[in-house]
Structure formats: C-alpha cells, structure tokens
Design a protein around this ligand. Sequence first.
Ligand SMILES: O=P(O)(O)OC[C@H]1O[C@H](OP(=O)(O)OP(=O)(O)O)[C@H](O)[C@@H]1O
Ligand SMILES: Nc1ncnc2[nH]cnc12
Length: 187
Amino acid sequence: MSPSAAGALERAREAMARLVVDVPDFPSPGVVFKDVTPLLADHEALTAGVAALAEAGRDDDGATTVDAVVGMEARGFLLAAPVALALGASLVPVRKAGKLPRATHAVSYSLEYGEATLEIHTDALAPGSRVLLVDDVLATGGTLRATRELVEACGAEVAAVAMLMELTFLPGREALGEVPLTCLTSV
Ligand SMILES: O=P(O)(O)OC[C@H]1O[C@H](OP(=O)(O)OP(=O)(O)O)[C@H](O)[C@@H]1O
Ligand SMILES: Nc1ncnc2[nH]cnc12
C-alpha cells in the first residue's frame, strides 16, 4: 500500500471511530444501527473514506483493476459514486424492487432487520467485466450475496468488495467465498 493510501486508511478509521453513531433499537428492537450520516457530513472524513475504499479497486502500482463500481441502494450509492469517479470506472446502481425502469434481473434476500428484493438492469454490466461492490455496512451478508448473484446474472464477475464497516458478530463475510473483502473497520 502506498504511503498516501495508508494515510487515507488511518484517517478514515479515526473518523469512523469518532463519527459513526450507534443507535440502539433502530429500526427494530435489538438492532444497534450504525449511522454513518455524520461521517458523510464531514468533508475530510468522507474524502479519506472514499480514498480508502477506492484502494480495493487498484493494484500495487495504483492502476485501476475494475471496469465498474456497483453500489447498493441507498447508502451504497453515496459511497460508490465517488469511488467510481476516483477509479475512472463506470457506476452501476443495484436498486430495491420496482425502481429501475427497464428489464431487470431480481434477487430476494434477508438482512438484519427484514427482507427485500434487489434488481439490476440486465444490460448494466458488460459480460466478462470486473466489478467492485461498495456499501457502508456488512451485516448478515444478505445484500452482498444478492448483489453478487445479480452481477453474475449479467455475466460479470465480482473482483472485490469494499465496505466501511463489518459487523463481525454476524456471518456476512461468508457470502463472499474467495473474493477479496476490504472493510475499513470491524466491530
Ligand atoms: O449485510 P446485510 O444484513 O444485508 O445488511 C447490510 C445492508 O443493510 C443496509 O442497507 P438497507 O437495506 O438497510 O438499505 P438503505 O441503505 O436503503 O438504508 C446497508 O446499507 C447494507 O446495504
Ligand atoms: N446494524 C446495522 N447498522 C446499519 N446498517 C445495517 N444494515 C444491516 N445491519 C445494519
């Protein structure tokens, strides 16, 4: 890792420890919700977080290794867009059911506090393209597993995954198998 990437990671970790707020019993009893909105509101924290996430889509020489960045609705969009710009890659949204206007692939899944369906436009990713998935929180891995299925339904490949935060008391990481996973912090 380059000195500037290591610096961004250190600044992002410090910012997350300071700015991510635990909200007990939201959106349902027993869930401790990780609210990243104060981090998004802090320019330096967001800059460092985006730089650190983007490293997951670069090689050791700093060259971009992915064709597209996929963000999962809704918080994933906020991070995936600047990461895609930083990498010079395409931005592709994976949306909750009924939001995309053209033909879609769809996958239903469970997450820490409910169930949902995610969709991707069938032509959103070129077959064979390499994709970086970006989101804020990895919890049960339901969102990640569903998104991976959607990417693969397009004939593309998940090359790497980058998250701000991993909840290690949940088995989210198992959704990935061998795919490289970058989580800036673990709780
Ligand atoms: O690992 P999992 O158990 O699937 O949980 C992680 C997902 O949950 C949150 O999204 P949510 O579906 O709450 O949507 P939002 O971003 O629209 O708030 C979070 O942003 C991840 O996408
Ligand atoms: N505890 C949590 N906080 C924020 N986002 C989440 N997504 C799933 N579980 C979550």
